[in-house]
Write a protein that binds this ligand. Sequence first.
Ligand code: NDP
Length: 449
Amino acid sequence: MADYDYDLFVIGAGSGGTRASRVAAAHGARVAVAEEYRVGGTCVIRGCVPKKLLVYGAHFAEDLKDARRFGWQVPSDCEFSWETLRDNVLSEVDRLNGAYKKTLESHNVEIIDQRAVVTGPNSVRLADGTEKTAERILIAVGAHPAVPSCPGHEHGITSNEAFHLDAIPKRVLIAGAGYIANEFAGVFHQFGAHVTLINRSKDILRGYDLTIRDRLLQISMMKGIEFRFDATFEGIEKMDDGCLKVSMSNHEPMIVDLVMFATGRLPNTHGLGLETAGVELDDHGAIKVDEDNRSTCPSIYAVGDVTNRVQLTPVAIREGQAFADTVFGNKPTRVDYDCIPAAVFSHPPMAGVGMTEAQAKQTLGSVRVYTSDFRPMKNVLAGREERALYKMVCDGDTGRVVGLHMIGPDVPEILQAAAIAVKAGLTKAQFDATVALHPTMSEELVLMR
Ligand code: NDP
């Protein structure tokens, strides 16, 4: 048997790579993980975690306004310091980065702070030229923001840079209308910027239930966020005063202070040497893998966003765990991709699990839909017009709940619990058999008509 430096060499210490490394090591494997940027990956360093902290920070803008209706004296000159929030968020990121490193070290995973590229089925080369061999290689290098190749695109930023801004700009234009665009639209708006979202199609958040995303659009517009649809990005011109002039199809050009691209993410496979080992990519540049995360090269596996299956942290973590348990733990495991809950941390947030109404009608034929459209009591007292909307999609024949879609305060927190019932295949009658917990917003889940 060949004598390798490691049993497993992982490229990329994000959510999937970190989980796979430490679980494989716990199963007794000799593991090294190479990371060219910072241990923790997109989610921890420049994604979910710092984004959620900004969302919390942004929410205070409305909470402080509402507080007056609840009797609190909030001075009218109450000020927000972006620098304070930014620096505190970045310190928290540093803390988590340290915690991730410690976890790997305590599991005897060797951390290599360098880029590594594949040079064959069992070998990699580090940035300093060192060659390493491993019986198996796991690619967990994630994805990066896609930026349209239009003139002047270099004047725009992506979500990567948004966490490091010197100040909150007055006028922000966000290209795209997906997760990142809607989340950052809420954040920038609450911090006082005028935000415009432009999208090439007529839709926001394609893939989410139509009624729910329509509600987000309506509330966002009510708050003052502007939308331009059928607007293909044509270019950015930097003016003498530093402002940016943005051109797009079907609309007048706009002058703004910041342009942020949120137009999807592409797998980080470029220049990774995958061709040296016969690892095949799909049309989007993602690594093709089978149900056991194995690529077209038998000794090379891949998990997470680089495989472009479901670009969500908890999915990458499950894939990393399944890979390590299957290959090193003698515990064959496959990820179940059915009924994965997801949320958009917009203002207000949205969340959903299972089939949308349209998908259910296409798949099942007979469908029953129940909705609850209500103004949360906190919004009523605060004089806030925003209404929450919950939608339950059921199989018309069996009553099984096949989808749950929500928009309103705290819905990601509510949906995580409700998703257990949807995943378990419970029926509307079983939801209704549970007594309502009053007064809550989530009681609507058992009271829908
Ligand atoms: P999304 O896929 O959510 O949205 C991309 C948006 O950009 C869409 O509006 C799309 O328009 C538009 N678009 C795509 N390509 C182009 C192009 N070439 N030119 C102009 N517009 C384009 O991507 P995001 O970047 O917002 O997020 C990436 C992924 O990260 C998400 O899909 C999600 O998996 C993950 N994520 C998850 C979060 C969460 O769980 N809360 C938060 C943030 C990210 P159209 O509709 O016409 O295709």
